[in-house]
Ligand binder design. Structure first.
Ligand code: SF4
Ligand code: SF4
Length: 403
Protein backbone atom coordinates (compact mmCIF):
# COMPACT_ATOMS: atom_id res chain seq x y z
CA UNK A 1 0.00 0.00 0.00
CA UNK A 2 1.54 3.31 -1.06
CA UNK A 3 -0.83 5.41 0.96
CA UNK A 4 -4.12 5.19 2.75
CA UNK A 5 -6.06 6.15 -0.36
CA UNK A 6 -5.00 2.89 -2.06
CA UNK A 7 -6.80 0.98 0.68
CA UNK A 8 -9.96 3.03 0.16
CA UNK A 9 -9.75 2.45 -3.62
CA UNK A 10 -9.42 -1.29 -2.96
CA UNK A 11 -12.51 -1.06 -0.72
CA UNK A 12 -14.49 0.75 -3.44
CA UNK A 13 -13.64 -1.87 -6.03
CA UNK A 14 -15.06 -4.82 -4.05
CA UNK A 15 -18.65 -5.69 -3.35
CA UNK A 16 -17.94 -7.23 0.06
CA UNK A 17 -14.97 -6.23 2.18
CA UNK A 18 -13.65 -8.08 5.22
CA UNK A 19 -10.74 -7.65 7.56
CA UNK A 20 -8.64 -10.70 8.33
CA UNK A 21 -7.58 -11.34 11.89
CA UNK A 22 -4.51 -13.50 11.99
CA UNK A 23 -2.46 -14.66 14.92
CA UNK A 24 -1.41 -11.61 16.99
CA UNK A 25 -3.37 -9.21 14.81
CA UNK A 26 -6.60 -8.80 16.82
CA UNK A 27 -5.90 -5.22 17.87
CA UNK A 28 -4.84 -4.15 14.38
CA UNK A 29 -7.88 -5.64 12.67
CA UNK A 30 -10.15 -3.85 15.19
CA UNK A 31 -8.44 -0.48 14.76
CA UNK A 32 -8.39 -0.78 10.96
CA UNK A 33 -12.14 -1.49 11.13
CA UNK A 34 -12.57 1.62 13.28
CA UNK A 35 -10.61 3.73 10.78
CA UNK A 36 -12.58 2.46 7.78
CA UNK A 37 -15.89 2.99 9.52
CA UNK A 38 -14.88 6.57 10.55
CA UNK A 39 -14.14 7.23 6.88
CA UNK A 40 -17.57 5.80 5.93
CA UNK A 41 -16.03 2.68 4.38
CA UNK A 42 -17.54 0.01 6.61
CA UNK A 43 -16.56 -3.66 6.35
CA UNK A 44 -18.86 -6.70 6.47
CA UNK A 45 -16.90 -7.98 9.44
CA UNK A 46 -13.73 -9.67 10.59
CA UNK A 47 -12.70 -13.11 9.38
CA UNK A 48 -10.99 -15.00 12.17
CA UNK A 49 -8.17 -17.30 11.15
CA UNK A 50 -8.72 -19.21 14.38
CA UNK A 51 -12.11 -20.60 13.27
CA UNK A 52 -15.15 -21.19 15.47
CA UNK A 53 -13.33 -21.23 18.80
CA UNK A 54 -11.76 -17.83 18.22
CA UNK A 55 -15.03 -16.48 16.92
CA UNK A 56 -17.01 -17.52 19.97
CA UNK A 57 -14.29 -16.20 22.31
CA UNK A 58 -14.43 -12.84 20.50
CA UNK A 59 -18.23 -12.71 20.55
CA UNK A 60 -18.27 -13.40 24.28
CA UNK A 61 -16.22 -10.21 24.67
CA UNK A 62 -18.84 -8.31 22.70
CA UNK A 63 -16.58 -7.85 19.68
CA UNK A 64 -17.64 -8.47 16.12
CA UNK A 65 -19.21 -9.06 13.72
CA UNK A 66 -16.99 -12.10 13.25
CA UNK A 67 -16.97 -14.70 10.51
CA UNK A 68 -15.10 -17.93 9.99
CA UNK A 69 -13.63 -18.48 6.53
CA UNK A 70 -16.19 -21.25 5.91
CA UNK A 71 -19.12 -18.96 6.75
CA UNK A 72 -17.90 -16.31 4.32
CA UNK A 73 -17.49 -18.91 1.57
CA UNK A 74 -20.98 -20.25 2.15
CA UNK A 75 -22.57 -16.83 1.84
CA UNK A 76 -20.40 -15.01 -0.72
CA UNK A 77 -18.42 -15.92 -3.81
CA UNK A 78 -14.76 -15.48 -2.78
CA UNK A 79 -14.14 -13.66 -6.07
CA UNK A 80 -16.56 -10.91 -4.98
CA UNK A 81 -14.81 -10.42 -1.65
CA UNK A 82 -11.90 -8.14 -0.91
CA UNK A 83 -9.91 -8.93 2.22
CA UNK A 84 -7.78 -6.37 4.05
CA UNK A 85 -4.87 -7.69 6.04
CA UNK A 86 -3.48 -5.71 8.93
CA UNK A 87 -0.73 -7.82 10.47
CA UNK A 88 2.95 -7.54 11.32
CA UNK A 89 5.03 -7.68 8.12
CA UNK A 90 6.71 -10.93 9.25
CA UNK A 91 3.30 -12.69 9.39
CA UNK A 92 2.28 -11.56 5.93
CA UNK A 93 3.25 -14.66 3.97
CA UNK A 94 1.58 -17.04 6.42
CA UNK A 95 -1.64 -14.97 6.48
CA UNK A 96 -1.66 -14.61 2.71
CA UNK A 97 -1.10 -18.35 2.28
CA UNK A 98 -4.09 -19.29 4.44
CA UNK A 99 -6.36 -16.89 2.54
CA UNK A 100 -5.34 -18.00 -0.96
CA UNK A 101 -5.66 -21.64 0.07
CA UNK A 102 -9.27 -20.88 0.96
CA UNK A 103 -9.88 -19.25 -2.43
CA UNK A 104 -9.56 -15.56 -1.45
CA UNK A 105 -7.21 -13.92 -3.92
CA UNK A 106 -8.28 -10.28 -3.66
CA UNK A 107 -6.13 -9.33 -0.73
CA UNK A 108 -4.82 -5.94 0.28
CA UNK A 109 -2.17 -5.56 2.97
CA UNK A 110 -1.36 -2.55 5.02
CA UNK A 111 2.28 -1.56 5.40
CA UNK A 112 3.85 -1.53 8.85
CA UNK A 113 4.04 2.26 8.54
CA UNK A 114 0.27 2.73 8.28
CA UNK A 115 -0.53 -0.16 10.62
CA UNK A 116 1.45 1.64 13.32
CA UNK A 117 -0.04 4.98 12.40
CA UNK A 118 -3.60 3.67 12.65
CA UNK A 119 -2.73 2.14 15.99
CA UNK A 120 -1.08 5.30 17.32
CA UNK A 121 -3.83 7.68 16.23
CA UNK A 122 -6.94 5.64 16.92
CA UNK A 123 -6.04 4.07 20.24
CA UNK A 124 -7.64 6.19 22.96
CA UNK A 125 -4.96 7.72 25.15
CA UNK A 126 -4.45 6.51 28.68
CA UNK A 127 -4.15 9.01 31.52
CA UNK A 128 -0.43 8.25 31.69
CA UNK A 129 0.18 9.14 28.05
CA UNK A 130 -2.27 12.01 27.88
CA UNK A 131 -0.67 15.15 26.41
CA UNK A 132 -2.50 18.32 27.28
CA UNK A 133 -1.83 21.77 25.83
CA UNK A 134 -3.00 25.10 27.25
CA UNK A 135 -2.44 28.59 25.81
CA UNK A 136 -1.65 31.25 28.44
CA UNK A 137 -1.76 33.96 25.77
CA UNK A 138 -3.19 33.59 22.29
CA UNK A 139 -1.11 36.44 20.83
CA UNK A 140 2.67 36.45 20.41
CA UNK A 141 5.64 38.81 20.37
CA UNK A 142 7.36 37.04 17.48
CA UNK A 143 4.63 36.39 14.88
CA UNK A 144 6.06 33.66 12.71
CA UNK A 145 4.54 32.93 9.34
CA UNK A 146 2.16 29.94 9.19
CA UNK A 147 1.88 29.67 13.00
CA UNK A 148 -0.47 26.76 13.68
CA UNK A 149 -1.95 28.60 16.68
CA UNK A 150 -2.79 31.55 14.38
CA UNK A 151 -1.05 33.87 16.85
CA UNK A 152 -0.07 36.55 14.29
CA UNK A 153 -3.79 36.98 13.60
CA UNK A 154 -4.94 36.72 17.21
CA UNK A 155 -6.25 39.55 19.28
CA UNK A 156 -4.63 40.17 22.65
CA UNK A 157 -6.00 37.46 24.89
CA UNK A 158 -4.75 36.14 28.23
CA UNK A 159 -6.02 33.08 30.02
CA UNK A 160 -7.41 33.93 33.46
CA UNK A 161 -5.75 31.88 36.24
CA UNK A 162 -9.19 31.24 37.82
CA UNK A 163 -10.46 29.65 34.59
CA UNK A 164 -7.30 27.56 34.42
CA UNK A 165 -7.63 26.35 38.00
CA UNK A 166 -11.30 25.49 37.52
CA UNK A 167 -10.79 23.60 34.24
CA UNK A 168 -7.61 21.85 35.34
CA UNK A 169 -9.33 20.96 38.64
CA UNK A 170 -12.14 19.28 36.69
CA UNK A 171 -9.58 17.38 34.60
CA UNK A 172 -7.70 16.37 37.74
CA UNK A 173 -10.97 14.92 39.11
CA UNK A 174 -11.57 13.01 35.88
CA UNK A 175 -8.01 11.63 35.70
CA UNK A 176 -7.25 11.00 39.39
CA UNK A 177 -4.68 13.81 39.11
CA UNK A 178 -2.82 11.95 36.36
CA UNK A 179 -1.76 13.32 32.99
CA UNK A 180 1.44 12.34 31.21
CA UNK A 181 2.47 15.75 29.91
CA UNK A 182 1.09 19.24 30.46
CA UNK A 183 2.33 21.75 27.92
CA UNK A 184 1.96 25.40 28.84
CA UNK A 185 2.28 27.49 25.71
CA UNK A 186 0.71 30.14 23.49
CA UNK A 187 1.07 32.44 21.54
CA UNK A 188 3.85 33.50 23.83
CA UNK A 189 2.98 32.34 27.36
CA UNK A 190 5.44 34.72 29.04
CA UNK A 191 3.36 37.69 27.90
CA UNK A 192 0.96 36.54 30.60
CA UNK A 193 2.20 38.14 33.84
CA UNK A 194 0.58 35.35 35.89
CA UNK A 195 2.68 32.58 34.29
CA UNK A 196 4.21 31.46 37.63
CA UNK A 197 0.72 31.05 39.15
CA UNK A 198 -0.33 28.71 36.33
CA UNK A 199 2.74 26.56 36.84
CA UNK A 200 2.25 26.33 40.60
CA UNK A 201 -1.45 25.45 40.14
CA UNK A 202 -0.66 22.81 37.50
CA UNK A 203 1.92 21.17 39.77
CA UNK A 204 -0.51 21.18 42.72
CA UNK A 205 -3.21 19.41 40.70
CA UNK A 206 -0.90 17.05 38.77
CA UNK A 207 1.96 16.12 41.10
CA UNK A 208 3.52 13.49 38.80
CA UNK A 209 3.04 15.07 35.36
CA UNK A 210 5.81 16.37 33.19
CA UNK A 211 5.11 20.10 33.00
CA UNK A 212 6.71 21.90 30.06
CA UNK A 213 6.68 25.64 29.48
CA UNK A 214 7.14 26.34 25.75
CA UNK A 215 8.43 29.79 24.94
CA UNK A 216 10.29 31.63 22.21
CA UNK A 217 12.53 32.86 25.04
CA UNK A 218 12.46 36.57 24.07
CA UNK A 219 11.16 37.64 27.50
CA UNK A 220 13.15 35.24 29.64
CA UNK A 221 16.18 37.42 30.30
CA UNK A 222 14.14 40.38 31.43
CA UNK A 223 11.62 38.41 33.50
CA UNK A 224 13.66 38.71 36.71
CA UNK A 225 13.71 42.48 36.59
CA UNK A 226 10.15 43.08 35.38
CA UNK A 227 8.18 40.75 37.64
CA UNK A 228 8.01 40.06 41.35
CA UNK A 229 7.92 36.27 41.12
CA UNK A 230 11.15 34.70 39.91
CA UNK A 231 10.12 32.43 37.04
CA UNK A 232 13.45 30.56 36.97
CA UNK A 233 13.20 29.70 40.66
CA UNK A 234 9.57 28.69 40.40
CA UNK A 235 10.26 26.39 37.46
CA UNK A 236 13.06 24.78 39.45
CA UNK A 237 11.03 24.41 42.66
CA UNK A 238 7.94 23.07 40.92
CA UNK A 239 9.83 20.99 38.38
CA UNK A 240 8.54 22.68 35.25
CA UNK A 241 10.93 22.49 32.31
CA UNK A 242 11.46 25.61 30.22
CA UNK A 243 11.44 24.64 26.54
CA UNK A 244 12.92 27.32 24.29
CA UNK A 245 12.30 27.02 20.57
CA UNK A 246 15.36 28.36 18.77
CA UNK A 247 14.50 30.61 15.81
CA UNK A 248 16.91 31.96 13.19
CA UNK A 249 16.59 35.51 14.51
CA UNK A 250 18.98 38.03 15.95
CA UNK A 251 18.68 37.09 19.62
CA UNK A 252 21.21 36.29 22.34
CA UNK A 253 20.25 32.71 23.21
CA UNK A 254 23.54 32.21 25.08
CA UNK A 255 22.38 34.77 27.65
CA UNK A 256 19.30 32.73 28.60
CA UNK A 257 21.28 29.48 28.49
CA UNK A 258 23.52 31.03 31.15
CA UNK A 259 20.56 32.09 33.27
CA UNK A 260 19.20 28.53 33.20
CA UNK A 261 22.56 27.27 34.44
CA UNK A 262 22.72 29.99 37.11
CA UNK A 263 19.28 29.08 38.49
CA UNK A 264 19.70 25.32 37.98
CA UNK A 265 16.37 25.29 36.20
CA UNK A 266 15.27 22.33 34.04
CA UNK A 267 15.79 23.77 30.57
CA UNK A 268 15.96 22.67 26.94
CA UNK A 269 16.60 24.63 23.83
CA UNK A 270 15.65 22.96 20.60
CA UNK A 271 15.00 23.47 16.91
CA UNK A 272 12.58 20.67 16.13
CA UNK A 273 10.86 18.45 18.62
CA UNK A 274 10.77 14.82 17.66
CA UNK A 275 7.28 13.30 17.92
CA UNK A 276 8.58 10.36 19.89
CA UNK A 277 10.68 12.22 22.42
CA UNK A 278 7.66 13.09 24.53
CA UNK A 279 6.63 9.48 24.83
CA UNK A 280 9.90 8.51 26.40
CA UNK A 281 10.12 8.75 30.12
CA UNK A 282 13.66 10.00 29.93
CA UNK A 283 15.45 13.25 30.36
CA UNK A 284 14.35 15.62 27.66
CA UNK A 285 16.37 16.25 24.58
CA UNK A 286 18.34 19.29 23.62
CA UNK A 287 18.51 19.39 19.85
CA UNK A 288 20.68 22.13 18.50
CA UNK A 289 23.19 20.85 15.94
CA UNK A 290 23.52 22.64 12.66
CA UNK A 291 19.87 22.64 11.74
CA UNK A 292 17.77 25.76 11.44
CA UNK A 293 14.16 26.15 12.49
CA UNK A 294 11.83 25.86 9.49
CA UNK A 295 8.17 26.70 9.07
CA UNK A 296 5.43 24.22 8.27
CA UNK A 297 2.61 25.14 5.92
CA UNK A 298 -0.72 23.72 7.18
CA UNK A 299 -3.17 24.82 4.50
CA UNK A 300 -6.86 25.13 5.26
CA UNK A 301 -9.66 24.72 2.76
CA UNK A 302 -12.34 27.27 3.73
CA UNK A 303 -14.79 25.30 1.54
CA UNK A 304 -14.56 22.44 4.05
CA UNK A 305 -14.41 19.71 1.43
CA UNK A 306 -11.30 17.73 2.40
CA UNK A 307 -11.84 13.93 2.41
CA UNK A 308 -12.10 12.75 5.99
CA UNK A 309 -9.53 9.93 5.57
CA UNK A 310 -6.69 12.51 5.50
CA UNK A 311 -6.81 13.01 9.26
CA UNK A 312 -4.72 9.86 9.75
CA UNK A 313 -1.65 11.76 8.48
CA UNK A 314 -2.25 14.76 10.77
CA UNK A 315 0.45 15.01 13.43
CA UNK A 316 -1.75 17.19 15.63
CA UNK A 317 -4.55 14.63 15.80
CA UNK A 318 -4.98 13.02 19.25
CA UNK A 319 -1.58 14.36 20.21
CA UNK A 320 -1.74 18.15 20.61
CA UNK A 321 -4.85 17.85 22.77
CA UNK A 322 -5.94 21.39 23.55
CA UNK A 323 -7.89 22.70 26.53
CA UNK A 324 -9.73 25.94 25.88
CA UNK A 325 -12.76 27.37 27.66
CA UNK A 326 -13.74 24.14 29.46
CA UNK A 327 -13.57 22.13 26.25
CA UNK A 328 -11.07 19.65 24.89
CA UNK A 329 -10.10 19.55 21.24
CA UNK A 330 -8.06 16.88 19.48
CA UNK A 331 -5.75 19.65 18.13
CA UNK A 332 -5.11 23.42 18.45
CA UNK A 333 -6.25 24.24 14.92
CA UNK A 334 -9.93 23.89 15.84
CA UNK A 335 -10.15 26.36 18.76
CA UNK A 336 -7.74 28.94 17.33
CA UNK A 337 -8.93 28.96 13.70
CA UNK A 338 -11.44 31.55 14.92
CA UNK A 339 -8.63 34.09 14.48
CA UNK A 340 -8.21 33.04 10.84
CA UNK A 341 -11.98 33.28 10.32
CA UNK A 342 -12.22 36.76 11.81
CA UNK A 343 -9.07 38.19 10.20
CA UNK A 344 -9.83 37.03 6.66
CA UNK A 345 -13.62 37.02 6.97
CA UNK A 346 -13.71 33.34 6.01
CA UNK A 347 -15.97 31.75 8.58
CA UNK A 348 -14.87 28.21 9.45
CA UNK A 349 -17.67 26.72 11.52
CA UNK A 350 -16.97 25.00 14.82
CA UNK A 351 -19.84 22.71 15.72
CA UNK A 352 -20.88 21.13 19.01
CA UNK A 353 -19.34 17.82 17.95
CA UNK A 354 -15.91 19.33 17.23
CA UNK A 355 -15.03 19.26 20.95
CA UNK A 356 -15.92 17.57 24.19
CA UNK A 357 -17.14 19.62 27.15
CA UNK A 358 -15.14 18.51 30.20
CA UNK A 359 -18.05 19.34 32.51
CA UNK A 360 -20.52 17.25 30.50
CA UNK A 361 -18.17 14.26 30.03
CA UNK A 362 -19.03 11.26 32.22
CA UNK A 363 -15.48 10.04 32.70
CA UNK A 364 -11.96 10.06 31.29
CA UNK A 365 -12.68 7.09 29.01
CA UNK A 366 -15.40 9.04 27.19
CA UNK A 367 -12.96 11.91 26.66
CA UNK A 368 -10.14 9.66 25.42
CA UNK A 369 -12.45 7.87 22.98
CA UNK A 370 -13.79 11.19 21.64
CA UNK A 371 -10.29 12.52 21.05
CA UNK A 372 -9.33 9.43 19.05
CA UNK A 373 -11.96 10.16 16.38
CA UNK A 374 -11.91 12.80 13.64
CA UNK A 375 -14.39 15.65 13.93
CA UNK A 376 -16.34 17.63 11.30
CA UNK A 377 -13.73 20.42 11.46
CA UNK A 378 -11.13 18.07 9.92
CA UNK A 379 -12.86 18.70 6.58
CA UNK A 380 -11.17 22.14 6.60
CA UNK A 381 -7.63 20.73 6.85
CA UNK A 382 -5.74 19.88 3.67
CA UNK A 383 -3.46 17.46 5.48
CA UNK A 384 -2.13 15.85 2.29
CA UNK A 385 -0.95 19.28 1.07
CA UNK A 386 1.04 20.13 4.20
CA UNK A 387 4.64 21.05 3.57
CA UNK A 388 7.50 21.23 6.04
CA UNK A 389 10.98 22.68 5.61
CA UNK A 390 9.80 26.13 4.49
CA UNK A 391 12.42 28.84 5.16
CA UNK A 392 11.54 30.73 8.33
CA UNK A 393 10.08 34.23 7.99
CA UNK A 394 7.98 36.54 10.06
CA UNK A 395 4.32 36.68 9.11
CA UNK A 396 2.98 39.15 6.58
CA UNK A 397 -0.51 38.15 7.71
CA UNK A 398 -1.25 36.99 4.17
CA UNK A 399 -3.98 34.40 3.68
CA UNK A 400 -1.59 32.19 1.66
CA UNK A 401 0.27 31.40 4.89
CA UNK A 402 -2.77 29.41 6.04
CA UNK A 403 -4.44 28.30 2.79
S1 SF4 B 1 6.74 31.93 18.45
FE1 SF4 B 1 5.96 31.81 16.36
S2 SF4 B 1 5.12 29.75 16.16
FE2 SF4 B 1 5.36 30.17 18.36
S3 SF4 B 1 3.36 30.98 18.97
FE3 SF4 B 1 4.65 32.72 18.45
S4 SF4 B 1 4.12 33.12 16.32
FE4 SF4 B 1 3.42 31.05 16.77
S1 SF4 C 1 -8.90 19.66 12.48
FE1 SF4 C 1 -8.42 17.48 12.24
S2 SF4 C 1 -7.04 17.38 10.48
FE2 SF4 C 1 -7.08 19.52 11.18
S3 SF4 C 1 -5.37 19.72 12.59
FE3 SF4 C 1 -7.17 19.20 13.77
S4 SF4 C 1 -7.12 16.98 13.96
FE4 SF4 C 1 -5.75 17.55 12.29
Amino acid sequence: MKNIKDMLDFHKSHKHVFLYQFDEGREYAGLTGKYLSLCSFPVEGVITAGGKNEKSAALKKGEGPYWTIEEVREKFAPGECGVILSVFDFLLNAALGSLTEAGFHNVFFITDYYRKKIQEKLTPRTKENFILEVNLADHCNLNCQMCDHFSPLAEKHFLDPRTFIQDMGRLADLTDNTAGVIKILGGEPLLNPDTPDFLIAARGLFPQSRILLYTNGLLLAEWETKHKANLWEICRRFNARIMVTTYPINFDYAKIDALAVKHKTPYSRFVEESENDLDKNTALYNVLGEREKKSVHHPLSPAGNVPVHEFIDCYHFNRCITLSGGKLYTCPIIPYAKYFSAFFDKPLKTRGNDFIDIYAARDFEEIAEFLSRPVPFCRYCKVSSRKGGVDFRLSKKAIEEWT
